[in-house]
Ligand binder design. Structure first.
Ligand code: ZN
Length: 285
């Protein structure tokens, strides 16, 4: 098993979640194996181009380059095909593979392709809405996240599950449930088990829902503990609780306290059965 696969399995086991593959890369900084392989190949190409013309390996490379230039199959034409078949294609011309500096630029294009692909995936997946806006300015879309250092494993797993949409809130739990006719339960009908008024999603559970006294106590304690950093979010929240939630999950300074709150919240929700919409309602327009 290659190293990337080993880390992938370890991450899934440690966090006990259903894997959503892009999260493995955006949250750990691991490079997807197809990108890692092509990057290693390009670095070997840069090594070949740096060799003196008299070296055997340089002569072998010139032969390979002639084959590729003539449109014949070979190592370089395979490399071009692989680069063009990446999820975000990288196109190569003759100059790119005949100069060491140009190959360095090609490696950066491959990294950009990887980040473009990952961002594109999390931009459209309903399971990644909490993490899709973090890559702004100098912030990369993929890196090892601070919250994975939260020392308490229960708290760390809870926050990981929140960010991966691998939790037990109705918005996710009822996504996999079918009604009596085999149809999906619309998102608007995955209602909160406490108030039965709003969709039981992450923001509603953490910041909006009010009928449960224990939930209010947990929330008040959490908000009191993070009141100082919250003041700094004022301009970024847009005045909404969802905006506040996005700021909280993107701030490494509150990761430990946030993880504790999420763990307590999930325990509280797990103790109460899901609200299941009546069958007749499911079939209403
Ligand atoms: Zn509610």
């Amino acid at each position: 098993m290659v190293y990337c696969d080993w880390v992938r399995v370890k991450w899934i086991r440690a966090n006990q979640i259903r894997p959503h593959i892009p999260n493995l890369y955006t949250e750990t900084g691991l490079v997807p194996i197809r990108y890692r392989r092509v990057t290693l190949t390009l670095k070997f190409l840069a090594y070949l181009l740096a060799q003196p013309p008299s070296a055997y390996v340089a002569a072998a490379y010139r032969d390979t380059l002639e084959l590729a230039t003539a449109g014949k199959p070979g190592w370089l034409s395979d490399l071009r095909r692989v680069l063009a078949s990446l999820p975000s294609p990288v196109l190569v011309d003759a100059i790119d593979i005949s100069d060491a500096a140009a190959v360095g630029a090609l490696v950066k294009n491959v990294q950009l392709s990887c980040h473009t692909w990952l961002q594109g995936v999390i931009d459209v997946s309903p399971k990644t809405h909490l993490i899709r806006n973090r890559a702004q300015g100098s912030q990369p879309v993929s890196k090892f996240r601070q919250y994975l250092h939260v020392p308490d494993p229960k708290h760390r797993k809870a926050l990981t599950r929140l960010l991966s949409s691998a939790h037990g809130l109705a918005v996710e739990k009822l996504r996999r449930v079918r009604d009596v006719h085999g149809g999906i339960i619309p998102r608007a009908r995955r209602l909160c088990r406490f108030c039965e008024l709003a969709v039981e999603d992450e923001c509603h559970a953490m910041l909006d829902c009010r009928p449960n006294a224990q939930l209010l106590l947990l929330r008040e304690a959490f908000l009191a503990d993070v009141s100082v950093p919250i003041r700094g979010y004022a301009a970024a929240t847009g005045g909404s609780n969802y905006g506040l939630l996005l700021c909280l999950v993107a701030d490494p300074a509150v990761s430990r306290r946030l993880a504790k709150y999420v763990h307590e919240l999930f325990c509280l929700f797990d103790d109460v059965a899901l609200y299941r919409p009546p069958v007749l309602l499911l079939n209403a327009p």
